[in-house]
Design a protein around this ligand. Structure first.
Ligand SMILES: *[C@@H]1O[C@H](CO)[C@@H](O)[C@H](O)[C@H]1NC(C)=O
Ligand SMILES: *[C@@H]1O[C@H](CO)[C@@H](O)[C@H](O)[C@H]1NC(C)=O
Length: 509
């Protein structure tokens, strides 16, 4: 505690001094602290990747991977996981599952790994891409623990997920930014540091994907994801929209983007930490007052400097604002910051280790065509490389998309602390666009699934906000059925109707 008080005084008395302190490249704390932070974060999930990132310097791994030295920028294969428990015995072709590598166009040597799962319902269903956050965590986390077609059983076989999002969509997952999951490069210059790099790679991937699969070009297209993807998604949606407007390549039929428990406007969201923690009884009024008085103002200033400044101001603001988060956690003992109803046992908040075990099996790796590329569940190198991006406000590009009729759904499990619903609700309400007044004035309606309230929905025009009951950070894991219903209604344009109907129903009763 004594240590943090000292830090606190420095912060309060002289935020600029602290920023200058982090400015110096010789300060080891600035470089090692995020690395430790990242590794702690991953070990909370029981993930221990053998590599920090897939920046591969030995040539052998690369030649044995799925990518031959062909001119084609996509190499894809039909996929059937060897350990799939499948009573119906569907053929590989009918399954419509693919794994592939895309050679990233604007890179030195980067290859992006992806999964494509054809809809179990209808090929004409929308194409939905999912991005996991971190930054630096593989989207396979979502494939196997959230909304993918399968779950990993304890005996390492795969069983169908009744609520996989592939029940209503043709579903894409990519490992990104470069270095994450099975994505790799032999050139460390391909590691991304900002949303321009991330969104260009994703846009280039879509171009290649739709060139490979022209049969899906006219389907509706939606971008979805979670957590740090609250940064990726608005940038990616804006990049697609810009490409469409400029007729850059294949027109991508972008209809909407959805962010689950995301980090989008850090200035607003960090400020909401003490308020959320107080309202949930994690901290006392006195503690909240203390944090609001001493830690929030320096963070606000630092975020402002990041907005107008460059890399150093942005990296500094991450450290300044992180004090708010850590100071609440230090008062809350072993709280699971992804779900405040749960405890972290030992250092474990969740146990996703089966994913590493599963994907490191020889038979699975052969089916995927990944050669000797290690599976990097979460990359601390990628995480650190994105620190300069962390405190950037990604809300700024959203109003232009809304004005052009592109739909946005912000949803949040109500028990998540780290990207809590309150902070998200605040920036969504404060966002200036032509429908802001109407959105703010619109009333909350119940989101009904199976005759019971699964959440509370606010909607006006293209903008929807859904607070999901009984869920933490990983909504599709905690509320699989409700999350599938959410995706289905949102992509079909009936999300707000269901709320309105439900309201009428309640009124009639
Ligand atoms: C790579 O090239 C080899 C030899 O030309 C071929 O046998 C193999 O099928 C190719 N692999 C892929 C994934 O295209
Ligand atoms: C593994 O577990 C799954 C799900 O519990 C089960 O269906 C399957 O039969 C098991 N496989 C073996 C080989 O025990």
């Amino acid at each position: 505690m004594g240590h943090s008080t000292t830090t606190l005084n420095v912060v309060v008395l002289c935020p600029l001094l602290l920023i200058i302190f982090f400015l110096s490249p010789s300060t080891t704390s600035a470089t090692t602290f995020p690395s430790i932070q990242a590794k702690n974060l991953f070990s909370d999930l029981n993930l221990f990747p053998r590599q920090d990132a897939n920046i591969v310097h030995h040539h052998d791994s690369i030649v044995s991977a799925n990518v031959n030295n062909t001119k084609k920028n996509i190499v894809e294969r039909n996929l059937r996981f060897p350990n799939l428990v499948d009573p119906d015995g569907i053929s590989v072709e009918d399954l419509g599952h693919r794994a592939g590598y895309y050679s990233i166009q604007h890179s030195h040597a980067a290859k992006m790994f992806y999964f494509f799962f054809k809809s179990r319902n209808n090929e004409k269903d929308p194409v939905v891409i999912w991005l996991t956050g971190g930054p630096g965590c593989s989207s396979e986390l979502a494939v196997f623990y959230e909304n993918g077609p399968f779950k990993i059983a304890d005996n390492m076989s795969l069983v169908w997920n009744d609520y996989g999002w592939d029940k209503v969509s043709n579903l894409l997952y990519v490992d990104q930014p470069t270095g994450t999951g099975f994505s790799y490069s032999s050139d460390s210059r391909d590691v991304r540091h900002d949303e321009a790099g991330v969104s260009n790679d994703l846009y280039d991937f879509l171009q290649a994907f739709f060139a490979e699969h022209p049969e899906y070009v006219t389907n509706d297209f939606f971008i979805t994801g979670e957590s740090y993807a609250g940064h990726y998604i608005p940038a990616f949606a804006a990049r697609v929209h810009r490409g469409n407007k400029a007729k850059e390549g294949i027109h991508i039929n972008l209809k909407g983007f959805a962010i689950g428990n995301g980090l989008t406007n850090p200035g607003v969201q960090y400020k909401a930490y003490p308020d959320y923690a107080l309202s949930m009884g994690i901290i006392t009024q006195a503690e909240s007052d203390h944090i609001n008085k001493l830690m929030v103002p320096p963070c606000e200033l630092a975020v402002k400097l990041c907005g107008s400044g460059g890399k150093i101001a942005c990296t500094a603001s991450y450290f300044v604002c992180d004090i708010i988060f850590n100071s609440i956690l230090s008062r809350a003992a072993d709280i699971n910051y992804y779900d405040i109803r749960k405890k972290c046992e030992g250092s474990l908040c969740y146990d996703f280790s089966n994913m590493e075990k599963f994907l490191n099996q020889k038979s699975v790796r052969e089916a995927l065509g990944v050669g000797d590329i290690d599976f990097v569940s979460c990359s601390s190198t990628v995480y650190q490389a994105m620190l300069v991006d962390w405190m950037k406000n990604l809300e700024v590009g959203i109003p232009a998309l809304l004005e052009d009729g592109i739909n946005l759904l912000i949803y949040a499990g109500e028990y998540d602390f780290i990207c809590n619903w309150l902070g998200n609700s605040r920036w969504v309400h404060a966002m200036e666009w032509s429908g802001q007044k109407e959105f703010v004035a619109s009333s909350e309606v119940p989101f009904i699934v199976d005759d019971s309230e699964a959440g509370l929905l606010k909607n006006y025009g293209p903008l929807s906000f859904l607070k999901v009951h009984d869920a933490g950070h990983l909504v599709p894991m905690d509320q699989p059925k409700a999350s599938l219903e959410m995706l289905k209604r949102w992509t079909q344009g009936t999300l707000s109707e269901s709320g309105a109907n439900a309201e009428i129903l309640v009124a009639e009763m």
